[in-house]
Design a binder for this molecule. Structure first.
Ligand SMILES: *Cc1c(COP(=O)(O)O)cnc(C)c1O
Length: 409
């Protein structure tokens, strides 16, 4: 199937199908005891989607608490320096707590509240998802259990402190390598024990149905706002849009606003140190079909067929798969997926800071680097980049590892 055969006017009614598939990708590969819990979440989600009260509450929260709509900024100095093409950024870095993740965490926590749950649980690697969920839980008065590996707890002290200040329980996972994979397993086990009182909140467009759909829908606000704002600002649509893809949530919501438009869409994966397995996390670029963490998608596998070790300078992007809808968009040719390596991302980090006064998250810097690449290839037109978050969290690391090259050491 090609994207030309799909009616994008009815895309959201068709995808995912009722079993949670986007073409061959998605689904729910989970233990029997969790199937009814997922069904309960799915049913609750479809019913609140129709609820005026829920929609009004989510709108109010986005405006009064999150600070939405976030603006679009024209990168005038950078565009002029590169040539004719005009670059713009959608400023998710200005969303409360500094990134797009709060968009779906507020949605998930509000859903938990509507379902009468007392608690939200999740795992976190670098801590960004944990902080966003702890923020949402505090706002709605829910308990919050965050599972995190001992290694990550040591590495991510500021985010651990944020979660604890916000009132979350950070639960240390000590077994195995004591990083994200073990934290995912521990959180799933806890959920299987406690699902009557809580919901599990996945941090991206990943996991079993209905999460890839729900998280995309909660992030759709980014694309919807961006499209209207760009039209109002310039009188036309951008020629191309680009966003970084870890699990793929910021990209999914942003792209969803433009699927039905004559706009070229690019997702950017992290090439890390290079194309060798273990040196990158570019799953759509180099991976193959497989099931992990409850869904079927394109993933990076080791020789045993297990999720392969991955690496990127951006800890928010180092996941060995991507959301099933991205695998689908790639398969039908609606979105092109490209790669940016560590050095290009760090270069874009400093370029945006020094030419525009915006310090991007190192994840978002991958999208900025790609926008710069497009601007050099295209002769004219405009590119809209999704700036998924702000870079305060990355400053120490970037100075320590790359400071010399940029005159800071
Ligand atoms: C977590 C994170 C990402 C990656 O997550 P997606 O689900 O791929 O969007 C990107 N940017 C920032 C700032 C993040 O915190």
């Amino acid at each position: 199937m090609k994207f030309q055969d799909i009616d994008f006017n009815t895309y959201f009614q068709q995808y995912p199908d009722e079993k949670g598939y986007f073409g061959p990708f998605g689904g729910a590969y989970i233990a029997d005891e969790l199937k009814s819990a997922m069904q309960e979440i799915t049913d609750a989600y479809f019913s609140i989607c129709q609820s005026r009260r829920f929609i009004a509450e989510l709108r109010r929260v986005r405006k009064e608490f999150q600070g939405r709509p976030t603006p679009i900024s024209h990168l005038e100095r950078l565009s002029n320096a590169l040539g004719n093409v005009q670059l713009y950024v959608k400023r998710e870095d200005l969303n409360h707590s500094g990134a797009h993740k709060l968009n779906h965490c507020m949605g998930e926590a509000l859903l938990a509240k509507y379902m009468g749950k007392k608690k939200v649980i999740a795992e976190t690697g670098a801590g960004q998802h944990g902080v966003a969920l702890a923020t949402a839980a505090a706002y709605f008065g829910l308990e919050c259990d965050i599972y995190m590996g001992s290694v990550d707890i040591k590495k991510q002290a500021p985010n651990v402190a944020r979660m604890r200040i916000l009132g979350a329980n950070v639960i240390e996972v000590k077994h195995g390598l004591a990083t994200l994979k073990e934290a995912v397993d521990a959180a799933f086990e806890a959920y299987a024990r406690e699902y009557k009182d809580c919901i599990y909140c996945i941090g991206s467009v990943l996991g079993p149905h209905p999460f890839p759909m729900m998280v995309r829908d909660f992030q759709y606000v980014v694309g919807e706002e961006a499209r209207a704002q760009f039209l109002e600002m310039t009188g036309h649509l951008p020629n191309a849009i680009t966003a970084c893809v870890g699990g793929g949530s910021n990209a999914a919501g942003f792209f969803a606003g433009f699927l039905n438009d004559p706009v070229e869409i690019f997702g950017v994966e992290p090439l890390g140190r290079g194309a060798k397995l273990g040196d990158h996390a570019a799953s759509l670029q180099y991976g193959e079909e497989g099931v992990m963490h409850g869904f079927n998608s394109i993933m990076l596998k080791d020789e045993a067929g297990e999720p392969a070790p991955v690496y990127s300078v951006a800890s928010g992007l180092d996941y060995p798969s991507s959301g099933p809808e991205h695998a689908f968009w790639q398969k039908i040719g609606r979105v092109k997926y490209d790669v940016i390596d560590d050095e290009e991302a760090v270069d874009a980090f400093f370029t945006l800071a020094r030419m525009e006064g915006i310090i991007p998250a190192i994840e978002s810097a991958h999208a900025v680097a790609h926008g710069i690449k497009l601007a050099k290839q295209m002769k004219h037109g405009s590119v809209l980049i999704n700036l998924s978050g702000r870079g305060d969290k990355d400053m120490d690391y970037v100075i320590e590892h790359f400071g010399e090259k940029y005159g800071l050491k």
